[in-house]
Design a binder for this molecule. Sequence first.
Ligand code: ZN
Length: 152
Amino acid sequence: MLRKKCSRIRKYDKSIYQLIEDLIETMDAYGGIGLAAPQIGRPLKVLVVRVNDVLMTLVNAEIVHENGSEIDEEGCLSLPLYYGKVERASRVTVKSMAENGKMVKHKAEGILARALQHEIDHTNGVLFTDRLVEGSDLRYVGTDDVEYERSV
Ligand code: ZN
């Protein structure tokens, strides 16, 4: 499932709202800062992120512009307890479909930009382990030292 390229959504309907609710509930249950539909078994281009108490739900999200780059450690709720260094764009502009069907753009930087890039990767079947900085390994934190707050 995590390797599937997800389908685009044609329009918001009941099932999409339900899926968004399920994603938020699961993300919060594990204390993550983002979650994409394939992570709960649905190969659809739907994702949620919550950074600094701001919740974003994005449908058909794609990156249309990016600049800068930074390396930081990140984790994934689908690969619990593993962390690794990943290079991401510092700032991104993401396009997604609003409830009225129109395309809207969002600008993000810092941890929000990182979370969005991680989740959009999920909707394209890409995992953060595919993007580890050369020469860096996954770090296993052990079950006594859970650090889900950086997981997406
Ligand atoms: Zn993930």
